[in-house]
Unconditional design. Structure first.
Length: 252
């Protein structure tokens, strides 16, 4: 056998799946080049698409965001409250209608404590803010999201960091507002500045606070009396997740 054939032999052996002598089963190779978990983070691709409502409730929410500077969206999980709000925020930023996007949610533990996790404050808060990053990455490429965050055009912060600020020329989304107290909501709502839009989303029936501490329901009832503010109430028919979500919420 020539030297060239000897050099080629190991490569051919590696590519050929092994065959067991006592069985006709051929084992597939484990070292494949592709995996469904692989993500190409380096690509510069935009994901901004035209958003269309999938229910009458979503249509009312989208119209309210276009017409009002302050919108409160109430509804069960899976109705697209956060997604539609962030989609509108990205569209406003890309169109030059606002100068930045501010996303905020309360850092309230859902029955589990993560204070023991290593890292600084930002590392500990990252799990709470991850849903906002997920929604952004669905509208923009991760490379674009990181670039906008580095430029300050997108800011993601917990509710506790919002006190004392005035948000001008911004699109503000307050997510999981059912985990805010009445005092916190009053503080957040008064952050609204000139040429800004604020969308507050939450489900009063899924608060991680004690029922008497959550202020979203009481605040929404009072804000409905203001003509310039839109309060949109979504229901089970607006759920766009798996059909079992609506069925479970109906019995739980």
């Amino acid at each position: 056998m020539t030297k060239r054939a000897l050099r080629r032999l190991p490569h051919e052996t590696e590519r050929r799946p092994p065959v067991y002598e006592d069985s006709k089963i051929r084992r597939l190779p484990l070292d494949r080049d592709w995996s469904p978990l692989d993500r190409d983070e380096g690509r510069d691709q935009g994901y901004v698409k035209t958003i269309r409502p999938k229910s009458e409730g979503q249509a009312r929410l989208m119209d309210a965001i276009d017409q009002r500077n302050l919108v409160v969206a109430l509804g069960p999980a899976g109705t697209g409250k956060t997604y539609l709000a962030i989609a509108k925020a990205v569209a406003a930023l890309e169109a030059g209608k606002v100068g930045k996007i501010v996303l905020s949610r309360p850092a309230v533990e859902a029955g589990e404590s993560i204070g023991f996790l290593p890292g600084d404050v930002e590392d500990k808060l990252a799990p709470y803010l991850r849903p906002l990053y997920d929604a952004l990455s669905d509208r923009l490429s991760m490379k674009r999201v990181r670039s906008l965050i580095a430029e300050g055009a997108i800011e993601i912060a917990p509710v506790g960091y919002m006190r004392g600020r005035t948000l001008n020329n911004a699109f503000v989304v307050i997510d999981e507002a059912q985990n805010c107290t009445y005092v916190q909501l009053k503080m957040l709502l008064t952050r609204l500045g000139w040429n800004s839009t604020m969308v507050v989303t939450g489900d009063p029936n899924q608060s991680d606070l004690l029922p008497e501490l959550s202020g979203l329901g009481a605040a929404a009832e009072r804000l409905e009396l203001v003509d310039e503010i839109a309060v949109v109430r979504l229901s089970d028919v607006d759920i766009v997740r798996h059909p079992l979500v609506a069925s479970m919420l109906g019995v739980l």
